[in-house]
Design a protein around this ligand. Structure first.
Ligand code: FAD
Length: 401
C-alpha cells in the first residue's frame, strides 16, 4: 500500500465504512484496530432507510439483504395495555427504496464491509494496533500504536478517530465529551423463543413504569432466528446477579410467561450514555461514530448516526486530500453532523427512553393518546416516520451550509 494519506483508528462499522468510502475515492487509507480481529458483541442491529441508501452504492446493502430481516411494521406498546401504535414504514415508499427497518447484528455487518475494503489496493487494516498517542503539526499527524512488536509511529495527513465511546483519539486530542451517563444499565438477552406468536411485531418497544422491554427479531446462523430482548437494570443491582441464569429467566418469564425455561443464546449488560464531543475536529483530527457521540439505543440512532458521519466525512475529506476543496469543508462536516446529533439523535433518543419508562400514570396516558392520534392518519404516520427513520435528520444536515 502507498503511504497513507488518512489513518482511521478503529475497525468498527464506522471506521471501516469511512475507510472504504475514502479508498473508493482513491485516497490511500490505513485502519488501525486494537483487537486481534473484528469485534463480536450484541450492539447495533437496526438500520434505517438513509443508512441503507448510503451503503448501497458499495454493494453492502445488497449483501445485508441476503440474510437480514425486513421490518416494515413496528410497534409502540405498553406492557399492560398492549399495542398503542403501529408504524408502517412502507407508507414512505415514495421517499426511499428501502421502506423498512432492516435487522442485522452489527457483527454480521462489519465482515461485509471488511471484505469490500480488503479488495481495495489502496487500503489496509492492521489489527493489534492500539493507538495510544496522537501528535500533529501544521501539515502532518503522527499516531503511536502499541503493537505486539512494540510501539510503532505512523504518519499521515489526516486522522479519523472512529475508536468508539472510550476513544483514545478523542482523549489525546483533548476534546471534552459532554453529557451524562444514565443511572440504569441495559440487559440484552437473546432467545430462540418466538414472540411473534404472541402478537409482537418484529420490533416492539413496550413501556412500563417499573420495567420497560424492547424486542427485536434478528437473523441467526439459520432458522428460527433470534429475539433480542432488552430490559433496564436498576442502578444498585449487582452485575453478576443481573447476568445470572435465574435473574435473566425471572425477567423473561415476568415479561412473557413460558412453559419451561427460556433458551438463552446470549446475555450482556451495557452502560448507556448521552454524550456529544465538544468538537468533532481538532486540527487534523476528525471524530466520527461513537467516538463523537453516544446515545441510548431506544430508536436505533447510534450506529445509524455514525454511518451518516462516515459518508459525510469521507466525501469532504477526500476532496480536501485531492486538493479540490479546502479544510473549511471539514468544519462543514462538524456543523452538519454535530448539529443533527444534538438536535435530533440526543433529543429524540432521550424522549423515547423517557416515554418508555414514564412513571406518572397521567403522563403515560397523555403519551398514549398523542401516539394513537398520530398513528391514526396517514399524514400523522408520515410525520412520525420521517423522524423515526432519520430521513428528517439527514435532510436537516444537508440543509446546513
Ligand atoms: C445494547 C445496544 C444496542 C444498540 N442498538 C443499536 C441499533 O439497533 N442501531 C444503532 O444505530 N445503534 C445501536 N447501538 C449503538 C451502536 O452499537 C454503536 O453506535 C456502534 O457500535 C458505533 O460504531 P463505531 O464504529 O463508532 O464504534 P465501535 O463499534 O465501538 O467500534 C470501535 C472500534 O475501535 C476499536 N478501538 C477502540 N480503541 C482503540 C484504539 N485505541 N486503537 C485502535 N482501535 C481501537 C475497537 O476495538 C472497535 O473495533 C446499540 C448500542 C448498544 C449498547
Amino acid at each position: 500500500m502507498a503511504k497513507p494519506q488518512v489513518i482511521v483508528v478503529g475497525a468498527g462499522p464506522v471506521g471501516l465504512l469511512a475507510a472504504l468510502a475514502l479508498a473508493k475515492k482513491d485516497i490511500p487509507v490505513l485502519v488501525l484496530e486494537a483487537e486481534p480481529g473484528l469485534t463480536v458483541d450484541l450492539r447495533a442491529g437496526t438500520y434505517h432507510p438513509p443508512s441503507l441508501e448510503m451503503m448501497a452504492p458499495y454493494g453492502i446493502t445488497d449483501e445485508m439483504l441476503k440474510t437480514a430481516i425486513k421490518v416494515p411494521r413496528w410497534q409502540i406498546r405498553d406492557r399492560s395495555d398492549g399495542v398503542i401504535a403501529e408504524w408502517d414504514v412502507s407508507l414512505i415508499n415514495d421517499l426511499t427504496p428501502y421502506p423498512y427497518r432492516l435487522h442485522l447484528e452489527q457483527h454480521r455487518l462489519t465482515p461485509i464491509i471488511y471484505d469490500k475494503l480488503k479488495a481495495c489496493a489502496n487500503a489496509e487494516v492492521r489489527f493489534l494496533h492500539a493507538v495510544t498517542a496522537v501528535a500533529q503539526t501544521a501539515d502532518r499527524v503522527t499516531v503511536t500504536a502499541k503493537t505486539p512488536n512494540g510501539d510503532e509511529r505512523i504518519e499521515a495527513e489526516w486522522l479519523v478517530g472512529a475508536d468508539g465511546g472510550r476513544s483514545a483519539v478523542r482523549k489525546c486530542a483533548e476534546v471534552d465529551f459532554e453529557g451524562y451517563t444514565w443511572p440504569e444499565r441495559f440487559l440484552v438477552a437473546s432467545t430462540t423463543d418466538d414472540y411473534a406468536r404472541h402478537g409482537y411485531a418484529l420490533n416492539a418497544y413496550c413501556s412500563d413504569p417499573d420495567e420497560w422491554v424492547a424486542l427485536f427479531k434478528m437473523p441467526d446462523d439459520g432458522p428460527p432466528g433470534l429475539w433480542r430482548v432488552i430490559f433496564p437494570v436498576p442502578e444498585d443491582e449487582d452485575e453478576a446477579l443481573t447476568l445470572s441464569e435465574e435473574m435473566v429467566e425471572q425477567r423473561m418469564q415476568r415479561f412473557q410467561p413460558r412453559a419451561g425455561r427460556y433458551p438463552i443464546k446470549y446475555k450482556g449488560i451495557y452502560k448507556v450514555h448521552q454524550r456529544v464531543a465538544k468538537d468533532f475536529r481538532a486540527g487534523r483530527v476528525l471524530l466520527a461514530g461513537d467516538a463523537a457521540h453516544l446515545n441510548n439505543p431506544i430508536g436505533a440512532f447510534g450506529l445509524n448516526g455514525g454511518i451518516h458521519d462516515a459518508f459525510n466525512l469521507a466525501g469532504k475529506l477526500a476532496s480536501v486530500c485531492r486538493g479540490e476543496g479546502d479544510a473549511s469543508l471539514l468544519d462543514l462536516y462538524v456543523r452538519q453532523r454535530r448539529t443533527v446529533n444534538l438536535e435530533y439523535v440526543q433529543e429524540v433518543s432521550v424522549r423515547n427512553l423517557k416515554r418508555l419508562s414514564e412513571k406518572s400514570d397521567r403522563e403515560r396516558r397523555k403519551n398514549f393518546d398523542s401516539l394513537r392520534r398520530q398513528a391514526a392518519t396517514p399524514d400523522g404516520q408520515r410525520e412520525f416516520l420521517l423522524v423515526s427513520s432519520m430521513i428528517a435528520s439527514v435532510r436537516r444536515a444537508d440543509a446546513i451550509t
